[in-house]
Design a protein around this ligand. Structure first.
Ligand code: SF4
Length: 584
């Protein structure tokens, strides 16, 4: 694996404009100002993390509000989540208010101690160490976005990449992006009423690590990379519990992908609770709810599909097609989470955001965990707009199947094991992840199409849209479908459980299975999935079409040496299939 392939030097994500960091408006639409506000928020969250971890060590109770903010605000800094500068100011204010609260609590307990603030960390050269640096609420009340942007520049990645060892910086970025994905899962789980104190405390401890002398050490940093992966598995499990306890275990379900006459709302993102609330509030209104992107798997959950017949179908594909698809949809659109693209003027006035996602000028529907949001304005708009005025004859309607999460697959595990033992099933490919607009991503569809008939394809994430409606048929000699949609990107947990169960049944470990992972990389959120898989010891994972931009050559080499991470051969998908069949 040639280290020279990683030519990125501290870029944030795969969409970074011209590969130079967020210094110009990115492909995602993020302005440099928003990018540095995110950096300033991350600096503030590091300070809050230091104080929370220190308070916990001192036996001082850390209010849940601290962890709730750490999760929500960290999630908001992920690629393609929030582009609203004002919201970042609000998160920064909240982080400093909670930091003050923790200091007050410690002092009330009679402790004069404060978190360590080592002076020898080169990446904190322009502002005081995050645990020592604070912005008063008085200053924040009047600070303009421009003033905060100037402060943010002092914490930016663009600045740090000139002063840090590139390998260490690449690994620190990897930890930071891993935390962001973990925060997304913890935040979604919290909305569903689930939280894991251990995972919450880790968020604070990991931010504190990035502010400690230990973070100067490559070995300690690599150990933290692994720990982020270990906690990532817990985060995915937590969210899985949240989804399955509330909505049941997904079941194989046929989902309509052609229009059906009637008033319509489109819901996109990943949030099943918002989907459930919208379905409850549209019941009896004559408005159908259509899913988009990563909400396609919502159709497999019994508490949604059985309870709400007006969950009509799925419209459109992966997130990057939303500008065209939202423009053509004949009703309002609700974006519940990432990945949001810059709204076009043709639909911005019928677009709504909620949760941590945001775009300046787009109507935001507020909500608090545990309380149903009020979607009445959205529903009223749907009733005023035309909706679908045409539907094809039923004989021409098209459907895809979703709902093959862990329970459904383990329900047929005996047949899968038998198929392996009898030679009907030679190999399993896991092809999926985060889709993007580049033509080279057609590779993933070509790989899926090139898989032999005596193999199965598991998929998850919006990478599935490259091939979800292709005809794969069933595994010869068995009733098993060859293509199994396991769900959203976070349903990688289902894939891990299934792989573990198959390995047990076949008396091997995960690397001894006839299983290959070929993952489409785009989002920072995907880092937590990659780190979780690496923590579980999965080797030979292919990622592409390009390598993560934060992987500096040195950081890449470390990962290649340890896990044999490989880059997809986008020009030769058939050769990749052959290599995977051969166990490489
Ligand atoms: S799978 Fe990845 S790229 Fe697709 S919507 Fe989810 S986070 Fe975004």
């Amino acid at each position: 694996m040639p280290g020279s392939l990683a030519k990125g030097d501290g870029m944030r994500c795969e969409q970074t404009s011209k590969g130079t960091g967020c210094t110009t408006v990115g492909v995602c639409g993020k302005t440099p100002e928003t990018a540095v506000l995110q950096d300033l928020l991350t600096y503030s969250l590091k300070g809050l993390g230091c104080w929370a971890a220190f308070a916990a060590e001192q036996g001082c109770e850390v209010p849940q509000a601290v962890y709730t903010l750490l999760n929500a605000a960290t999630f908001a800094t992920l690629t393609n989540v929030n582009f609203d500068d004002q919201r970042f100011k609000e998160y920064i204010c909240a982080a400093h208010a909670l930091r003050e609260e923790l200091e007050r609590r410690l002092r009330d307990k009679g402790s004069e101690a404060s978190p360590p603030t080592p002076a020898n960390l080169p990446w904190f050269d322009l502002l005081a160490h995050p645990a020592a640096w604070k912005l008063s609420q008085g200053y924040l009340a009047t600070a303009s976005i421009d003033q905060l942007t100037q402060l943010g520049k002092m914490t930016s990645l663009e600045h740090r990449r000139h002063i840090m060892d590139p390998t260490l910086m690449g690994l620190h970025e990897m930890i930071t992006y891993g935390l962001r994905g973990l925060a997304a899962y913890s935040h979604h789980a919290e909305v569903l009423g689930h939280h894991d104190p251990e995972v919450d405390r880790f968020m604070a401890r990991c931010y504190a690590f990035l502010c400690s002398e230990a973070a100067l050490d490559l070995g300690a940093t690599l150990a933290m990379v692994d720990e982020v992966g270990a906690v990532g598995v817990k985060g995915m499990r937590l969210l899985d519990q949240g989804h399955t306890t509330k909505f049941g275990h997904p079941e194989p379900t046929q989902v309509r992908i052609t229009p059906k006459r009637g008033k319509a709302i489109l819901i996109s993102g990943h949030d099943l609770q918002d989907t459930a609330d919208l379905l409850a509030q549209t019941e009896g209104t004559g408005v159908n709810v259509w899913t988009h992107g990563e909400l396609l798997p919502a159709h497999g959950y019994p508490a949604l599909k059985k309870r709400y017949p007006h969950l009509a179908g799925n419209y459109g594909g992966a997130w990057y097609r939303q500008q065209r698809e939202f423009a053509e949809f004949p009703g309002p659109v609700l974006m519940t989470t990432n990945c949001i693209s810059e709204p076009r003027s043709s639909y911005a006035d019928r677009m709504f955001t909620t949760g941590e996602v945001g775009w300046a000028g787009v109507t935001h529907i507020e909500g608090k965990p545990g309380q149903a949001k009020d979607f009445s304005s959205l529903i009223k708009m749907a009733q005023e707009l035309p909706g679908f005025e045409y539907e094809p004859p039923e004989s021409e309607a098209k459907f895809v199947t979703t709902g093959f999460a862990r329970n459904a697959v383990l329900g047929v595990a005996g047949e899968v094991v038998k198929a392996v033992q009898q030679g009907h099933l030679k190999h399993i490919f896991l092809i999926g992840g985060c889709d993007g607009a580049e033509p080279t991503r057609k590779y993933f569809g070509k790989v899926a199409d090139a898989t032999p008939q005596d193999t199965m394809v598991l998929t998850l994430g919006c990478g599935k849209f490259r091939f979800y409606d292709h005809e794969f048929g069933t595994l010869p000699g068995t009733p098993l479908p060859r293509l199994l949609d396991m769900g959203q990107c976070n349903d990688a947990y289902s894939a891990v459980v299934v792989a573990g169960a198959l390995a047990d049944a076949l008396g091997t470990d995960i690397n001894g299975l006839p299983l290959s992972l070929d993952l489409s990389w785009l989002e920072q959120k995907a880092v937590i999935i990659l780190l979780s898989l690496l923590h579980l010891g999965v080797r030979n994972i292919r990622i592409g079409p390009k390598l993560p931009a934060f992987l500096t050559p040195g950081a890449l080499q470390v990962i290649v040496d340890k896990w044999n991470l490989q880059l997809t051969d986008v020009k030769h998908p058939e050769q990749d299939v052959a290599a995977m069949l051969a166990g490489h």
